[in-house]
Design a protein around this ligand. Structure first.
Ligand code: NOJ
Ligand code: CA
Length: 536
């Protein structure tokens, strides 16, 4: 199926080398529920993204990554997919998606979307069939069903916990009404894990890949790309941590060697669409093992989360950068950078919150955008949004319930984007009843407040993105480190850009050169505390 351009349709302004546009792209992550609401139900949608494309063009991003918009009962806000080849009515329909692709391309912005191959929704027709058909059926073999342990099978098949809290297994009632088998769900119980040893599972993913690529999608973010394959026999494990998504490398739920054959299969399909790329969510610490995912016949890119986990400390940031570069260098891969996403605390808060958190986040934006490779900006980071301390009653993340109200979950970084005006919902929606409440104190953080203010975080991002796209100095595959005083670092991109970071409490002298951009005003030519600058 192809999208035939209408006579009056805008033409695509996508230019550049179609085979490698991702290698230095700036991706903007849209969390669709929280970006912009076009129909007044208080929840962001695809129509809202179309409405804001002008903003994204002005910001200067190269591509969008849309968190899941496929059909979903929304137990995990779209990461529980019941039909991977349709758009959820909450977000629009296939025609809205087609329109978004055409309109984004007309503005020179590529569109990539989330794919969730590790699990489906428990409302997916496959899972319903599996429940109805009973033990040993071919439909049950698409998932991971096992008999329980103990004399009456009342104990889960192994001791794995779910990432969201509680056991990773749920017992079902068989069609005849008796207590039955258990199924594996590494995430919520509404997200049963697929059995990747069953060839039907890959065949269906292939169908999904082709479905969206034919519609003009430029690539995918692959959810839990280090998951999918499970170890032989599903062995018990000696658990010492179950922090959300921050598994150890020896966690048997993730990073099993058979996953690489799955990625090779995905790549074989992707190679038929050379304009498109796949980036995997890979929570793997060991550099050697991380790099395996981005070998030339696997994923085009892998998310490296080291920067998103690092405190505002020059040595720690430098170590994160060096590690991220090392992780891909040994396989000739492209580095990636991200300061935050919809699963982690926003950087402003991670760096201490308040004005100081914003100052530091601005500095880190310049560090991120100076580095070689692909950068990912999470919606609202360009406005310097902090995490929000939401009241218990507002919390929606399944983690909150699953953990027995001990983990608050990720809602604090998912609060809707403030666009304009002086009170909630700040133009995000026409309804005051937004899916998560927006703090009234966000008036100075709206796009409208920041757009014309040359000192705003939004203006800093715009200037950095413009330079990154246009200056030859902001290019080149490598960086060299300068000798620097404690608490600071400087590196030179091979194209010539110098980036200096000062994480101390005092101003520092800059190296010789012309300052192009600084995250805070220089005082007497010195780079103030908690800031960064670009020089040539
Ligand atoms: C990772 C996604 O980023 C997260 O939001 C989701 O809850 C899990 N994968 C499960 O799909
Ligand atoms: Ca809506």
């Amino acid at each position: 199926m192809t999208v035939t351009p209408r006579e009056d349709q805008p033409t695509s302004r996508i230019t550049g080398d179609a085979r490698s546009w991702w290698s230095d792209a700036v991706f903007y992550q849209v969390y669709p529920r929280s970006f912009s609401d076009s129909n007044g139900d208080g929840i962001g949608d695809l129509g809202g993204v179309i409405d804001r494309l002008g903003y994204l063009e002005l910001l200067g991003v190269d591509a969008l990554w849309l968190s899941p918009v496929m059909r979903s009962p929304m137990a995990d806000h779209g990461y529980d997919v019941s039909d991977p080849r349709d758009i959820d009515p909450l977000f629009g329909d296939l025609a809205t998606m087609d329109e978004l692709i055409v309109e984004a391309h007309a503005r020179g912005i590529r569109v990539t979307m989330d794919l969730v191959p590790n699990h489906t929704s428990s409302e997916h027709p496959w899972f319903r069939e599996a429940l109805a058909d009973g033990p040993g059926s071919s439909t049950r073999d698409r998932y991971i069903f096992r008999d329980g342990r103990g004399p009456d099978g009342a104990q889960p098949p192994n001791n794995w916990p779910s990432v969201f809290g509680g056991p990773a297994w749920t017992r079902i009632t068989e069609p005849d009404g008796t207590p039955g088998q258990w199924y594996l769900h590494i995430f919520a119980r509404e997200q049963p894990d697929l059995n990747w040893d069953n060839p039907e599972v890959f065949a269906d993913l292939e169908k999904t890949l082709r479905f969206w690529l034919h519609r003009g999608i430029d690539g995918f973010r692959i959810d839990v790309a280090h998951g999918m394959a499970k170890p032989e026999g599903l062995p018990d494990h000696d658990w010492n941590t179950n922090e959300l998504l921050k598994n150890d490398d020896d966690d048997p739920r993730f990073n099993n060697p058979a996953v690489h054959e799955i990625h090779r299969g995905i790549r074989r399909v992707m190679n038929e669409y050379p304009h498109a790329m796949a980036v995997g969510e890979i929570w793997v610490r060991d550099n050697e093992r991380f790099g395996e995912y981005v070998r030339p016949d696997e994923l085009h890119l892998g998310f490296n989360f080291r920067l998103a986990e690092t405190a505002f400390d020059a040595d720690a940031v430098r170590a994160a950068i060096e590690n991220s570069l090392d992780a891909v260098a040994h396989v000739g891969g492209t580095p990636t950078w991200t300061l935050s996403n919809h699963d982690v605390e926003r950087e402003v808060t991670r760096y201490g919150g308040g004005p100081r958190g914003v100052t530091r986040a601005r500095a880190m934006a310049l560090v991120e955008l100076a580095l070689p490779g692909a950068a990912f900006i999470y919606n609202g980071a360009e406005l310097g949004l902090p995490n929000v301390d939401l009241p218990d009653a507002a919390l929606q993340d399944p983690t909150w319930e699953r953990s027995g109200h001990t983990e608050r979950g990720r809602d604090g970084c998912r609060v809707p984007v403030p666009w304009e005006g002086d009170r909630p919902p700040f133009g995000f929606s026409t309804s005051p009843d937004t899916w998560l409440p927006i703090p009234p104190a966000w008036t100075p953080l709206t796009v409208e407040s920041q757009l014309e203010d040359v000192d705003s975080t939004l203006s800093l991002y715009r200037a950095a993105l413009e330079m990154r796209a246009n200056l030859p100095e902001c290019s080149g595959p490598g960086i060299d480190w300068y000798g620097s005083p404690p608490g600071c670092f400087g590196f030179r991109r091979s194209g010539g850009l110098i980036c200096v970071l000062n994480t101390t409490d005092a101003p520092i002298q800059l190296p010789p050169g012309t300052v192009l951009l600084a995250s805070a005003p220089l005082a007497d030519g010195l780079l103030p505390a908690d800031s960064a600058a670009w020089l040539v």
